[in-house]
Design a protein around this ligand. Structure first.
Ligand SMILES: C[S@@+](CC[C@H](N)C(=O)[O-])C[C@H]1O[C@@H](n2cnc3c(N)ncnc32)[C@H](O)[C@@H]1O
Length: 298
């Protein structure tokens, strides 16, 4: 929707984007710069992981929006010698164009205007970011549809995937859609199952999101991820980190969380793009109890 975005000032004085159609602000807690750096870049230990790999480090940036998370990633990694690929997804280019136009007021895009312009124009930009060789792609599409089309092809041999133009599989994922209540299509169990299927089991990958809701955590667990407690940010005392390897989680959810989830009146994953608050069904509760994260080794 054109004209959907406007600037709003947060309590701490920083400016952020507000979407009228979703009725939500981006990075409402600490503001774009601080929240992107703390919740996404630092929480996923990207600098440490990037330094210790010789291969190209791939980050999926789901919900590119005004690119605060992607730019925080670029700023944090400038001193590292290596290769970084950011694979961004959004079904609208409007917030990115808005951020580019309002770079001075938002502050965080300043210095990246050329890259944003090229990304908007060509959907891809390759550049030197300090010591780092960076490639940034923008997939302008409905993310659940795109994932469904890829995951139906995921069983083909790996060598053929290049021909099918699947993007590089990620080492890290920023999951930053609007909230499940306002943007339910992005938070369904089929979406996270398809996302999990696109991961390479041999490539440890961690995902972070601002939501700490029982529903989102149960959905990630049922999709196959291990799930842990994430750092606090401005408005939230906890966020969520998930991974395909338990080693990437500092504080995995344990039995206490499971017991609370079993009693919660809002824990059943969304099966379709309609938000609903319901307790876990007996079948889902059983599946959760059997998740390897909750089974202690005998
Ligand atoms: C909270 S904002 C992202 C903020 C962004 N990460 C940043 O750092 O500026 C959520 C984004 O998700 C996008 N989105 C919502 N539904 C989507 C869908 N079905 N497919 C792809 N992107 C979607 C919105 O257009 C919006 O830009």
């Amino acid at each position: 929707m054109s004209g959907d975005y406007q600037l709003v000032q947060l309590r701490n004085g920083s400016q952020t984007l507000f979407s009228a159609s979703y009725g939500e602000k981006m990075h409402p807690g600490l503001g774009p710069m601080a929240e992107a750096e703390l919740l996404y870049v630092r929480q996923l230990q990207i600098c440490k992981r990037l330094k210790s790999t010789a291969e190209e480090f791939v980050v999926w940036d789901i919900g590119l929006g005004g690119a605060a998370n992607a730019i925080a990633l670029l700023r944090a990694t400038r001193e590292i010698t290596g290769r970084l690929r950011i694979v961004s997804f959004d079904n609208s280019a409007e917030p990115l164009a808005f951020a580019q136009k309002n770079a001075a007021a938002l502050a965080y895009p300043v210095g990246y205007e050329t890259q944003l312009a090229e990304l908007l124009e060509n959907k891809s930009v390759t550049f030197q970011s300090g010591n780092l060789a960076a490639t940034w792609e923008f997939h302008l599409s409905d993310f659940p549809e795109l994932l469904a089309s890829w995951s139906s092809r995921i069983s083909v041999p790996r060598s053929d995937k290049l021909k099918l133009e699947l993007p590089s599989t990620p080492h890290a994922i920023f999951f930053d859609a609007f909230s499940p209540a306002k943007n339910p299509a992005m938070w369904t169990l089929p979406v996270f199952e398809a996302l999990f299927r696109t991961l390479d089991p041999a490539r440890p990958c961690a995902l972070t999101t601002y939501s700490r809701s029982t529903l989102v955590r149960a959905t990630l667990l049922l999709a196959g991820f291990f799930v842990g407690v994430g750092h606090a940010t401005g408005l939230k005392e906890e966020t969520t980190i998930a991974a395909n390897s338990l080693n990437l989680l500092a504080e995995p959810l344990g039995q206490r969380w499971l017991e609370r989830a079993l009693r919660s009146d809002c824990a059943e994953p969304l099966r379709e793009a309609v938000y609903a608050r319901t307790a876990l069904s007996p079948a889902t509760a059983n599946q959760l109890r059997k998740h390897p994260q909750f089974i202690s080794p005998s």
